[in-house]
Design a protein around this ligand. Structure first.
Ligand SMILES: *[C@@H]1O[C@H](CO)[C@@H](O)[C@H](O)[C@H]1NC(C)=O
Ligand SMILES: *[C@@H]1O[C@H](CO)[C@@H](O)[C@H](O)[C@H]1NC(C)=O
Ligand SMILES: *[C@@H]1O[C@H](CO)[C@@H](O)[C@H](O)[C@H]1NC(C)=O
Length: 826
């Protein structure tokens, strides 16, 4: 460079020298003061002394005289002040300064022109420190961006000749020339920008000249990449999975989705929404638009849905969107109790069903875990039923034992089902089952046997007693009807004695009973239910007829009617207390009603005779003396002990005499001889019959002791009964055949009168009766006596309170169907 300058300098110098008249020089700018521009004295043809002497001086019109001075000693033009070409000429390509040399003596003016040569003393310079560019990232390749020009005050080669750009990935530089020849540059986008990758770019732009030395200036290009919505939101996960326990509270955050958008501002603002979700899901889950939280807003039930799938869309402000799948698995909680469903149930089970009879079917379900849970089923309480597991959650309810409707008529069967969750849930169901009736119980009488006591002379139709039987069965199977078992009493159909109300069991008398006719009988009452087949049972009712005092005492001796002449002989020597006679009376009643007492109500000589109150024995009260009247009459009253008591009277004629012949007045007593004769015969007959009978009895007792099994054969004998006292129905003994060998015969006996109506009846054989119970139509049903036949009569004899002679009692009372004569008083 230095070489170039020197050459340049020499050339200029030569050119100036050749110009005649005016002197021109060329000088570089920026020389030091005093630097020689040219040898002025020589160039004008003077020497230095002359120049000095002619007072040569410089004069500039334009005020530029200060740049040059004249060295007076050497006669050279030197630089007076530093010359800045850029200041004087700006950007003009050629620059010269003009001045005039003024000489005196003579005045002479020579013009001097000094061409100022440029040196590269200025570097290119940009107008600003930094160029700021904003480029949208969406700008396409090839886009140009004008850059501001650099400036260089120098000219020609020394001014801006070019630009260079720092090497980078995105931009290149294109250099252009203005119409005025100035160079400027444009930035060319070679590769698209991505704000998201790099938002700011800094590039150094250099402008340079071609001077020597070369100078350059730089500027920093600051490129701010503006955002374009070129990014979709991106979810943090390719898919979201969450697990959620069912029955969780509302507002439980299930999962939070999050998406980011690389764009900025509105382009990067992400909002979320559920896309394409069924209503069902929309009712259960909500998505926060901003935070991306998915929360529950409805009840979550595993049993209705175990997994939910939804798509969430994330959208940025300008509408770029992306989707993600969210899967929510619902976890099961044991929140469902098992349910028991009765599939079928018999309304009732018959009580005679065998164990194991199926009465119903149930089905047990548990919705949890889709029914895969284990459920335990059982029957509560002590009931005779159990569950038999059958296929797949089905159970049959079967009986475990015999049922009895009469004990438990219906059951509440409580079935409990428990699942195996933690905690376990259970449920129970009660089913009602009734036991249907089977006619398995016969009616049962409340008592083993019944006794009825009826007083005789009862009103027909009056109730005798009432029987009750119970049947615990149901309805008609337990409805009891009563009936009498047909039988006969003394040969008469039972129905003519008794009837029964079939519904109430009340037994009525059909007719009036007579104690004197029979004292008791037995009937069988049957209770039958209405089932089919019916069941029945029977009971024995013993009817006892109780006595009433309806018979007055009957005088057997002395004969009351028309026999006023019957006279007792009393020895004259009879002493006090000696038995003189006896009044014999009987009463058909029994007990107190037949308890007779004797009383003398009237006598010829009161004080002479006394009568035993109960024995009827007439005794002398004192010794009989001759002074006593021969004929003594007594009126005796016989009274029973009934309430009210009944009585009868009789007269006794006593003749105090030792010899019948002494009694002339006897005829007055209209005593008939043949009567007396007959009486004698009868007495003889009575005595002989009695003797025979006693012998017979003894014989029979002996036989009986040997043959106890045939007791009824024992006492066949004659009994004397006045036929007048026979009850009215005595003649009812008819030919029904039940008294197969009944026969009666009468024997008459009297103390003397033909009119005596003692009737000795050898009655039917006892062994013609099958048993006491079947003694039908027997007019004298005297149980006391019948028993007597089969039992030890000594016991029974005591019942006849005034019995003197047991055997005679039996003969009179028991062997005779008509027992009016019993008890007998002697
Ligand atoms: C069964 O349940 C019903 C109704 O709760 C009740 O009336 C009845 O008495 C119960 N039966 C038994 C045998 O417990
Ligand atoms: C009575 O018992 C019979 C079986 O013995 C039965 O079939 C019938 O249903 C029962 N009647 C009632 C009313 O329960
Ligand atoms: C009466 O009952 C007994 C047993 O209780 C029975 O043996 C008898 O046959 C029954 N009689 C009638 C007529 O039903």
């Amino acid at each position: 460079m230095g070489c170039k300058k020197i050459i340049f300098f020499v050339i200029c110098f030569i050119v100036v020298n050749t110009v005649f008249g005016d002197v021109s020089y060329s000088v570089l700018e920026e020389l030091k003061r005093g630097s020689v521009v040219g040898n002025l004295a020589k160039d004008i043809g003077l020497d230095a002394k002359t120049l000095l002497s002619r007072k040569g001086r410089l004069n500039a019109d334009d005020g530029n005289e200060r740049y040059f001075e004249i060295d007076r000693n050497a006669g050279t033009l030197i630089v007076g002040d530093i010359i800045d070409r850029e200041e004087i000429c700006g950007s003009k390509p050629s620059c010269s300064l003009k001045t005039q040399l003024v000489l005196e003596k003579p005045l002479e003016i020579r013009s001097i022109s000094v061409q100022i040569q440029d040196i590269n003393d200025n570097a290119p310079q940009f107008p600003t420190d930094q160029i700021n560019l904003e480029i949208r990232e969406s700008a396409i390749k090839g886009t140009l961006f004008l850059l501001s020009e650099a400036h260089d005050a120098d000219v020609l080669q020394n001014t801006v000749q070019g630009y260079s750009l720092e090497k980078n990935d995105h931009f290149t530089l294109q250099i252009r020339t203005n119409s005025d020849g100035m160079k400027y540059s444009e930035l060319v986008l070679e590769k698209e920008l991505d704000r998201e990758q790099q938002q700011k770019h800094y590039l150094l732009l250099t402008a340079y000249d071609n001077g020597a030395p070369q100078k350059s200036g730089t500027v920093l290009i600051h490129i701010n990449v503006l955002d374009a919505n070129d990014n979709v939101p991106v979810f943090s996960q390719p898919m979201y999975k969450a697990e959620l326990l069912e029955n969780c509270p509302l507002d439980t955050v299930v999962v939070t989705v999050s998406a980011t958008d690389a764009d900025e501002g509105v382009n990067g603002e992400v909002t979320y929404e559920l896309s394409r979700v069924p209503d069902k899901v929309a009712r259960l889950f909500s998505l926060d638009k901003i935070s991306g939280e998915i929360k529950t807003i409805g009840p979550i039930d595993f049993e209705s849905e175990s997994v939910y799938e939804m798509r969430v869309q994330a959208k940025d402000g300008l509408g770029l969107a992306s989707n993600v799948k969210v899967i929510i698995d619902i976890l099961d909680a044991n929140d469902n109790a098992p349910t028991i469903v009765v599939q079928s149930l018999n309304e009732a089970v018959a009580e005679n069903s065998p164990a194991g009879t199926e009465v119903g079917i149930i089905n047990v379900q548990d919705k949890d875990s889709h029914g895969k849970q284990q459920v335990l089923c059982s029957i509560q309480g002590n009931v005779p039923f159990k569950l038999n597991p059958s296929i797949k959650n089905y159970y049959s309810i079967v009986t475990t034992g015999q049922l009895d409707r009469e004990i438990v008529a219906d059951y509440n069967i409580t079935i409990t089902a428990v699942d195996d969750g933690t905690p376990p849930l259970s449920s129970s169901k009660t089913i009602h089952l009734s036991v249907s009736d089977v006619n398995d119980n016969p009616p049962v009488f409340e008592e083993q046997s019944y006794s009825a006591y009826v007083s005789e002379n009862n009103k027909p139709g009056s109730s005798v007693c009432s029987v009750t039987a119970r049947d615990p069965d149901w309805r008609q199977n337990g409805t009891v009807f009563y009936s009498l078992l047909p039988s006969e009493v003394n040969g008469v159909p039972l129905s003519s004695y008794l009837s029964i109300n079939g519904d109430t069991g009340v037994i009525h008398a059909v007719r009036a009973f007579d104690y004197e006719q029979f004292r008791s009988f037995k009937v069988q009452v049957v209770a039958r239910d209405n089932g089919s087949p019916p069941l029945s049972s029977n009971v024995t009712v013993s009817v006892f007829i109780t006595d009433e005092n309806d018979n007055s005492p009957q005088i057997l001796y002395p004969t009351p009617e028309g026999n006023s002449f019957m006279t007792e002989m009393v020895p004259k020597a009879a002493l006090s207390g000696s038995l003189l006679s006896k009044v014999i009376a009987v009463d058909a009643d029994s007990g107190q009603n037949a308890w007779l007492s004797y009383q003398i109500v009237k006598s010829t000589d009161p004080g002479l005779f006394t009568i035993g109150v109960h024995s009827g024995e007439i005794r002398a009260q004192r010794d009989i003396s001759d002074s006593d009247s021969m004929k003594q009459n007594l009126v005796i009253s016989v009274k029973d002990n009934g309430q009210p008591s009944l009585s009868t009277t009789c007269a006794v004629y006593l003749l105090i005499s030792d010899n019948l012949a002494e009694v002339p007045e006897l005829k007055d007593m209209s005593y008939e001889e043949n009567n007396s004769k007959l009486t004698s015969y009868l007495i003889i007959a009575l005595v002989s019959v009695s003797t025979f009978f006693l012998t017979f009895i003894i014989l029979i007792i002996a036989v009986r002791l040997c043959h106890r099994r045939k007791p009824r054969l024992l006492f066949d004998g004659a009994v004397a009964i006045p036929s007048a006292y026979l009850p009215p129905n005595y003649a009812d003994v008819d030919g029904t055949g039940t008294l197969r060998s009944t026969y009666n015969y009468d024997a008459y006996m009297t103390t003397g009168s033909r009119t005596s109506d003692f009737k000795f009846v050898t009655s039917y054989n006892d062994n013609t009766l099958p048993s006491g119970a079947t003694l039908k139509r027997s007019p004298g049903d005297n149980s006391e006596c019948l028993n007597f036949t089969s039992l030890d009569f000594t016991e029974n004899a005591s019942k006849c309170s005034t019995l003197v002679n047991k055997y005679l009692f039996y003969t009179l009372c028991c062997k005779q169907p008509n027992t009016n004569l019993c008890p007998l008083h002697f």
